[in-house]
Design a protein around this ligand. Structure first.
Ligand SMILES: C[S@@+](CC[C@H](N)C(=O)[O-])C[C@H]1O[C@@H](n2cnc3c(N)ncnc32)[C@H](O)[C@@H]1O
Length: 298
């Protein structure tokens, strides 16, 4: 599969505990690897709704009467399902982040490997691009993003350097950004640091953490009694939100206790976190940071 090789395919779909006539949602359709696996386990009466905000994903649409592909952001999952008359589902799968296709298409600007416009929008209708962030955000905003989303310790210095450089000349491409920051990219760590910088910009462009929170908050109302949530994440910021939400129903703090000391978490975990086998990572290096968490209603 050249568009994207699905990660933790069997494990994440097993996690949905598929009922033949159930209704399922794959909120990150991409190349459709997970969707195809779900369809192969559904009977004639089963249904699968998929979301992808990237118009490129439409080229992988599956021709099957049980399948609907919705070209929207999954932050609106309940709203769009309601449009199709669906209020409750048996399972939701999310394989977060960017597809290999998005990384490999130079002009999308996601990759540190190519010189391209600093775009990084998954949804090309969106107003916010990497270029806009790099050239218009304040030094403090840039520093916050680099620190929080890129986990870069020298975020302040990097932000200051960007602001000084853009005062001379707009920073338009990935290689221009790399050049501006060159002195902070020692050869041995160049790739790692650049990847962190690009990750930070990408998360901000696509508002990935806010979107993930909005999505997770809708899940308890959306799932049937024994419905399942199966989420694959690729960096600790996402994984932390998923883990906390499953444990407490919140993204920060601890749940309030009632008079008797009981808390009211909406979900509970199913099994332990799952990571890819050594064999899978050897076959598909992009699986190396994947973490799968599974939950059901409490
Ligand atoms: C890691 S890929 C999924 C790959 C897919 N599971 C497969 O097997 O081919 C993530 C996909 O989700 C999409 N995506 C990411 N965030 C999204 C969001 N908030 N709303 C809709 N689609 C999103 C991306 O455009 C990308 O195509």
């Amino acid at each position: 599969m050249s568009y994207h090789s699905p990660v933790l395919l069997k494990e994440s779909v097993d996690a949905l505990n598929i009922k033949e006539d159930g209704v399922y949602v794959d909120v990150t359709f991409g190349g459709g690897g997970h969707s195809r696996e779900i369809l192969s386990r559904l009977g004639e009466k089963g249904r699968l709704f998929a979301f992808d905000q990237d118009p490129d994903a439409q080229q992988n649409k599956i021709d099957d009467p049980r399948f609907v592909l919705i070209g929207e952001n999954f932050r609106f999952i309940s709203r769009f399902l309601r449009f199709y008359g669906v209020k409750k589902v048996n399972g939701v799968l999310a394989d977060l982040g960017v597809s290999s296709h998005q990384f490999d298409e130079a002009e999308r600007g996601f990759s540190t490997r190519f010189d391209a416009d600093l775009d990084m929008r998954m949804d090309q209708k969106s107003e916010l691009s990497g270029k806009k962030i790099i050239n218009t955000y304040t030094e403090e905003q840039l520093s916050d993003i680099l620190f929080l989303y890129g986990e870069l310790r020298n975020a302040r210095t990097l932000a200051k350097t960007i602001v000084e450089a853009r005062a001379e000349k707009e920073i338009k491409t990935s290689f221009e950004l790399k050049e501006v920051l060159q002195r902070f990219l020692p050869k041995a760590k160049e790739h790692k640091i650049l990847a962190q910088i690009f990750q930070a910009i990408r998360i901000e462009v696509n508002q990935e953490l806010e979107v993930l929170k909005e999505f997770l908050k809708q899940i308890p109302q959306l799932l049937n009694e024994d419905g399942r949530l199966s989420v694959i994440s690729y960096h600790s910021l996402e994984d932390r939100l998923v883990k906390r939400f499953i444990r407490t129903g919140l993204f920060s703090g601890e749940p309030e206790k009632d008079f008797y000391g009981n808390t009211n978490e909406p979900m509970k975990k199913v099994g332990k976190m799952i990571v890819p086998t050594k064999e899978e990572i050897k076959e598909n290096n992009r699986a190396r940071s994947a973490k799968l968490r599974i939950a059901t209603l409490k």
